[in-house]
Design a protein around this ligand. Structure first.
Ligand SMILES: Nc1ncnc2c1ncn2[C@@H]1O[C@H](COP(=O)(O)OP(=O)(O)OP(=O)(O)O)[C@@H](O)[C@H]1O
Ligand SMILES: [Mg+2]
Length: 291
């Protein structure tokens, strides 16, 4: 439907000065998602709850954007709106330069299938398909090359630490964390332009959380954009841009620069110093935000 944006120039993704201005310009490539005056109101028992209020937000191609904020701030609501899974009450959303507010549901479905990967808290896997088929299914909708899609699916399942003995099982036979990792493999199979992830490590232990974050960092390094909601500092450190949502608006944002490669993090002592300084920068920002 739309052509994929070119991978960004890594040289352009240098650390930027920290900013807490809601209007601060970020980051790397061209805007891939643009919200204008985006608002979302829920009616709860006749009471109007204004969850998102007139948000103007650009998400840039090639960025690993992290959305943080208190519970109930509207992070998941924003992610659903950005992903075109929920309609804003007011305002508009454009994706890769195309206005998607008001687009037909069929056109939206094609757009999602070809360009988006989703890792959401409540949307995991299709119950009547094996794990491997769950990962293959979106791939086979856009490619006829079954062999290549199967190889990619198996590579992703291995990458997220899902043992081969689980590939033939049905989702109901998996633990929550296993299902979550399978869902991540499913989300990445089509090399999506943008991956939307809502607390993707929420149900995982440290090693499996690390594997999932490594998979996300890897697709980001290949030029794909990530928009991830998280409460977890270690997950947030993967992002190059952190947005803090509170009271229905963007309270501030912080640029952390590109996450160092695995080799650089492990190298002594410069890699560890870089990580410590990244962590300190994020801590200072979150303290300023009142987190
Ligand atoms: N479908 C809905 N109908 C009515 N109210 C909703 C709906 N979805 C969300 N809300 C309300 O909107 C507010 C924001 O919810 P949201 O799930 O976006 O928060 P969140 O920032 O993701 O929180 P958490 O960190 O706990 O996941 C909450 O008060 C919630 O009750
Ligand atoms: Mg949420």
């Amino acid at each position: 439907m739309f052509s994929k944006p070119k991978p960004h120039d890594p040289a352009a993704q240098q650390p930027k000065p920290q900013s807490t201005s809601p209007a601060a310009a970020a980051s790397t490539g061209a805007p891939v998602l643009v919200t204008t005056n985006l608002s979302k109101t829920f009616s709860n028992g006749g009471i109007q709850q204004h969850v998102l209020k007139n948000l103007d937000l650009d998400i840039y191609a090639g960025d690993f954007t992290v959305i943080m904020g208190p519970s109930g701030a509207g992070k998941s609501t924003l992610l659903y709106a950005l992903a075109g899974m929920d309609t804003p009450s007011l305002g508009s959303l454009s994706f890769m330069g195309h206005e998607i507010t008001g687009m037909s549901s069929d056109a939206l479905a094609v757009l999602r299938r070809e360009h988006c990967g989703f890792v959401f808290q409540k949307i995991y896997l299709l119950d009547n398909m094996s794990v491997l088929d769950n990962v293959l299914a979106p791939g086979l909708l856009v490619s006829k090359d079954r062999k290549a899609v199967t190889a990619r699916a198996k590579q992703l399942l291995t990458q997220v630490n899902l043992a081969q003995s689980l590939w033939g099982k049905f989702p109901a036979q998996l633990s929550g964390g296993e299902a979550q990792r399978a869902a991540i493999a499913r989300a990445l199979v089509n090399h999506p332009t943008v991956v939307f992830a809502d607390e993707p490590t929420g149900a995982l232990n440290s090693a499996n959380g690390q594997a999932v974050l490594d998979a996300l960092s890897e697709v980001n390094a290949a030029g794909q954009s990530i928009v991830m909601v998280t409460h977890d500092i270690h997950s947030a450190l993967r992002g190059n841009r952190i947005i803090y949502l509170a009271d229905g608006g963007i309270r501030g944002e912080c640029q952390l620069g590109t996450y160092p490669t695995a080799g650089a993090v492990q190298s002594q002592p410069a890699g560890q110093q870089a990580m410590a300084s990244r962590r300190q920068q994020l801590d200072v920002f979150l303290t300023q935000m009142g987190w």
